[in-house]
Design a protein around this ligand. Structure first.
Ligand code: NAD
Length: 290
């Protein structure tokens, strides 16, 4: 059985590592928050107490961490004693510049690496139905494919190192914009005293349908079960969406292009975070009062 190292066992990494472990991989996990193992051990994930321990005994190592600074710190520690032929894969959402640095770190040690951010949220992570957007070499992608197939329903090799993250940025820019647009449609619907179940029935099967409404309805008690039914407990936090939009807008500045709607939506998420609501699900943007 293949040994897999997994670092970062939070909202996403918890389920992804669980799925690997319950599909006959030996999973050696590490998280600064060792309390995650209270539940994870029941799924057979082994508790490791340092990054060094993870670096030495696994054929594939996956990181799923909050931001680029932390991923770079973790990869730097991992590289110190990494075994030759290890494949290292970052599934976090981070900036392109750091992503390229990570690939260079790996190349310096002559090991394969991938950037492989995901879409699908905690529900997709739990069900094993994530989409992976992958950047790196074909050889590395082929080695990782059986694991992508357990943790997700689809993986696409988008191109060379960094292009997985570039694709993810575009996806989340669009998601933040559609969720914000949906907020305006809901506001208008409420002002017209519409029955929200009927509103959902019509829009989810009309040209207004979108993932944000059909799969993640931000209206309490309407549509499939979602964070809106659980006081907007994430899910995918507004803080993380703010981070992703910041990455997208900064890439746009670097590319000398203007993303007008994206800039507006970014300021809305910034306002949520400044109101100490960054820990609520990103779909709570529909309730931001303007
Ligand atoms: P999270 O904050 O729930 O989990 C991150 C985990 O990393 C935590 O358990 C934390 O203790 C651990 N950690 C932090 N620093 C560490 C270190 N130095 N060493 C080891 N562990 C450390 O975040 P999440 O929601 O699981 O998201 C993880 C990544 O996936 C982020 O980059 C996020 O943008 C991305 N993402 C999240 C979602 C989602 O729906 N939550 C969806 C797609 C992508």
């Amino acid at each position: 059985m293949k040994k897999i190292g997994f670092i970062g066992l939070g909202n996403m990494g918890f389920f992804m590592s669980k799925n690997l472990s319950t599909n006959n991989y030996i999973v050696n996990g590490y998280d600064v928050n060792q309390e995650v193992f209270v539940e994870l051990k029941a799924y057979g994930v082994n508790q490791k107490s340092s990054i060094e321990e993870v670096s030495q005994e696994n054929e594939i190592i996956i990181t799923m961490l909050p931001n680029g600074k932390i991923v770079e710190e973790v990869w730097t520690l991992l590289m110190k004693d990494i075994k030759p032929k290890t494949l290292i894969v970052d599934c976090s959402t981070i900036d392109i510049e750091t992503t390229k640095k990570l690939h260079n770190l790996a190349e310096g040690k002559k090991i394969l690496s991938l950037d492989a951010p995901v879409s699908g949220g905690t529900i997709g992570a739990n069900n094993g139905s994530l989409t992976f957007m992958v950047g790196g070499k074909v050889e590395a992608y082929k080695k990782m494919l059986p694991l992508f197939e357990i943790m997700g329903k689809k993986s696409i090799l988008c191109g060379e190192a960094g292009l997985g993250q570039a694709t993810k940025m575009c996806n989340n820019l669009l998601l933040a914009i559609t969720m914000s647009g949906l907020g305006e449609a809901i506001k208008l619907a409420n002002s017209q005293h519409l029955d929200m179940n009927k509103f959902y029935d019509v829009l989810s099967t009309s040209t207004g349908s979108c993932w944000a409404l059909n799969n993640y309805s931000p209206i309490k008690g309407v549509g499939p079960n979602s964070p809106a039914d659980n006081d907007f407990k994430p899910g995918f936090s507004s803080q993380l969406m703010f981070k992703d939009l910041t990455l997208a807008l900064s890439a746009a500045v670097d590319a000398n292009i203007n993303l007008e709607i994206g800039k507006k939506v970014l300021t809305n998420y910034e306002e949520l975070v400044n109101k100490n609501k960054g820990n609520l699900d990103f779909s709570s943007i529909v309730n931001l009062e303007k």
